[in-house]
Ligand binder design. Structure first.
Ligand code: ADP
Ligand code: ADP
Ligand code: MG
Length: 496
């Protein structure tokens, strides 16, 4: 694992996370190398990285998911370490092992920890041994339908069928009653086999009106493990996070102590090193249960960075080269409030269907406490080949109230044209009185969907950006990115 000072890091990834890692490398005077699919280098990546090594042509499975090609690229580029980012191979123990065999430092936990935590069933069993509460459920080997039916009866309905090897909300079905169990199990098995190469399922009691709260941990090779407090990621669609914040609203000290303590115990139980996240579900009664552990940097890591005032990627690199966790637990505090919104190329009106296009107008918000981690720029081509995450807007302020005000203003200032995005949907979500009250659970979006739909009128910033880009046509004909605007906006653009 740790093998002395790191001089060069290969990043076999793309989008905003690749750029995020390259920025940390530049500060640390480490050479960064982007391993990319042919033609897949964004303008931001072009300037952020020092070197580039192609992974060849083809689909993700031939490039960002191909371990042999990635290791070969690392050797060719003379990289002595590899940062996997998130998504793709970031949670695959095989990649960590392949790095080790090739003498490349893997910036992440030991393969053994990734293996245990990669299976939701195995990690649940381990947590029970460590005395960390898990959701009442079934995580056994016997997977026949009659057996699952029997287990389901004792858990009770509604329940959740989950892919043991799953992630990203895939292979997950809510089952309301016994009649639905067989169909849900069969469809989850198919989806799970297709996405994760493993049909094994587990059953969990479905906790209604719950919140998703997770704890960031960091461990080093000397056996020290600390936590960096919690993030509330309850705002989700299709069991996938859209808005995350820290501190969690209405979270008292006693609960924070218990949850962070459980997270550190979980990390100790697998001799965890580097950055990881222990996810919990919080019931309306204030009880919490272990959900899963993600053995990588998380999409929402910036809210922790901003509130604690640290750089998690730098810490990951220092730990990977044999250093200690750079802070003492007692020296860390949460200061102010941070919220991240994930900007996706997707249409909330069409069940969050991914959108494609070419970015024709791009304007990022700026100001005190405003951070944008973006993977796109003017001219970026968006296809369905990759995840539709475009950028993350992270806003900090002294209080949660101020943070929401600042975020809503920043979202009005974030203009992306040429593809459909969820920006207006995000703004409506953060401006919703229930969100402001902090009393929201994971069902918030599903329950309030129609009131969160984007408006059919143009924001002033949007009109200004369209005009500035010279796309308004006095003739009344609307072309270019303005043509992607809803009709009402088009007329505004034309009138100007
Ligand atoms: P996280 O737990 O890091 O917040 P999610 O739970 O939303 O991420 O995402 C689930 C899975 O999808 C994870 O494996 C994550 O790494 C992957 N993923 C999310 N966004 C992207 C992206 N933009 N590119 C590639 N993979 C992604
Ligand atoms: P993934 O690997 O897809 O991230 P998780 O087990 O972390 O899977 O669950 C994803 C989301 O699904 C959670 O954030 C939560 O909103 C919801 N969820 C998971 N388990 C339960 C449960 N037992 N009851 C209610 N909601 C759940
Ligand atoms: Mg999860």
């Amino acid at each position: 694992m740790a093998s002395g000072l790191i001089r060069s890091i290969l990043v076999p990834n793309r989008g905003e996370i690749a750029v995020r890692i390259a920025r940390a490398c530049r500060e640390m005077k480490i050479r960064s190398v982007l391993a990319h699919a042919d033609g897949d280098i964004s303008p931001e990546a072009q300037t952020a990285f020092d070197d580039f090594v192609p992974l060849g042509a083809g689909e993700s499975r031939d490039t960002y998911l191909n371990i042999d090609r990635i290791i070969e690229a690392a050797v060719r580029a003379g990289a002595d370490a590899l940062h996997p980012g998130y998504g793709f191979l970031s949670e695959r123990a095989e990649l960590a092992r392949a790095c080790e065999s090739a003498g490349i430092t893997f910036i992440g936990p030991p393969a053994s920890a990734m293996e245990v935590m990669g299976s939701k069933a195995a990690s649940r069993k381990l947590m029970q041994r460590l005395g960390v509460p898990v959701v009442p459920g079934y995580d056994g080997e016997e997977q026949s339908i009659p057996h699952l039916e029997k287990e389901a009866e004792s858990i009770g309905y509604p329940l959740l069928v989950k892919a043991s090897g799953g992630g990203g909300g895939k292979g997950m079905k809510i089952v309301a009653s016994r009649d639905e169990l067989r169909t849900s199990v069969e469809s989850a098995q198919r989806e799970s086999l297709k996405s994760f190469g493993d049909a094994r399922l587990l059953l969990e009691k479905y906790i209604e009106r719950s919140r998703h709260i997770e704890v960031q941990i960091l461990g080093d090779a000397q056996g020290q493990i600390i936590h960096l407090f919690e993030r509330d990621c309850s705002i989700q669609r299709r069991h996938q996070k859209v808005i995350e914040e820290s501190p969690a609203p209405h979270f008292n000290h006693a609960l924070r102590d218990r949850m962070t303590g459980a997270a550190v115990a979980a990390g100790r139980g697998v001799a965890y090193t580097n950055a990881g996240t222990v996810e919990f579900i919080l019931t309306p009664e204030g009880e919490f249960y272990f959900l899963e552990m993600n053995t990588r940097l998380q999409v929402e890591h910036p809210v922790t960075e901003v509130v604690v005032g640290i750089d998690l990627v730098r810490a990951q690199i220092e730990i990977a080269q044999g250093g200690s966790v750079p802070w003492n637990q007692h020296a860390l505090v949460q200061r102010g409030h941070a919220i991240e919104t994930r900007v996706y190329a997707e249409d909330p009106r069409q069940g969050f269907l991914p959108q494609i296009g070419r970015v024709a107008v791009y304007h990022e918000p700026r100001g005190p406490g405003v951070r944008v981690d973006s993977g796109i720029d003017l001219g970026s081509e968006l296809t369905v080949r990759f995840d539709p995450l475009l950028a993350k807007l992270i806003v900090w302020a002294e209080t949660r109230e101020q943070c929401i005000d600042r975020l809503s203003a920043a979202l009005r200032d974030f203009v992306i044209l040429g593809t459909g995005t969820n920006i207006d949907f995000l703004r409506r979500t953060v401006e919703h009185p229930l969100f402001r009250s902090g009393e929201v659970g994971t069902q918030f979006i599903a329950e309030n969907l129609s009131s969160l739909f984007p408006a059919l009128e143009a924001e002033p910033a949007m009109v200004a950006a369209v005009l500035q880009a010279g796309f308004a046509r006095p003739s009344g004909e609307v072309r270019g990115p303005a043509a992607t605007l809803p009709n009402v906006w088009q007329s505004v653009v034309t009138l100007r």
